[in-house]
Design a protein around this ligand. Structure first.
Ligand SMILES: [Zn+2]
Length: 119
C-alpha cells in the first residue's frame, strides 16, 4: 500500500507511515476492532438480563400469589406457591398468623411488581 499523505510505498500492515509518520488506514481499522468486542460483551449482558432474570431467584406471578392469598391465605397457600414452605406450615397451623399475616400479605402483594422474584 502507499501512504495517503506522502505517497511512498509502505508495508500493508503498517499503522504509521515510516516516511512521514502519518497514521494509515490500518490505524482506523485497528481502533474499530478494539471497540467491537465491547459491543459484543454489552449484547451478551443484555441477553442475559432479558432471558434469565436474577440468578438464584424464581419468578412468581403476582396475581396467582394474590388470588391464592385472598382465598387460601389462611392455609398458607401463597407461601407454598412462593416456595416458603416453613412459613406456609406456620400459616397453616395459625390461620395465616391469626389473620394478621394474611391481611398484610394480601395488601403487600398488590404493591409487588409482576412477576416478582423469590429466593
Ligand atoms: Zn507517509
Amino acid at each position: 500500500m502507499f501512504c495517503p499523505k506522502c505517497g511512498k510505498e509502505i508495508d500493508d500492515a503498517a499503522v504509521v507511515c515510516i516516511h512521514c509518520g502519518v497514521a494509515t488506514q490500518n490505524a482506523g481499522a485497528q481502533q474499530q476492532a478494539q471497540v467491537q468486542p465491547q459491543i459484543v460483551i454489552n449484547n451478551a449482558n443484555t441477553n442475559t438480563n432479558v432471558a434469565g432474570g436474577v440468578p438464584g431467584l424464581q419468578a412468581k406471578n403476582k396475581w396467582v400469589a394474590w388470588v391464592l392469598c385472598l382465598f387460601l391465605g389462611g392455609l398458607g397457600a401463597h407461601k407454598f406457591y412462593m416456595g416458603k414452605i416453613g412459613v406456609g406450615v406456620l400459616y397453616l397451623f395459625t390461620g395465616g398468623l391469626f389473620g394478621i399475616g394474611w391481611l398484610i400479605d394480601t395488601i403487600t402483594l398488590l404493591f409487588k411488581p409482576n412477576p416478582f422474584y423469590v429466593a
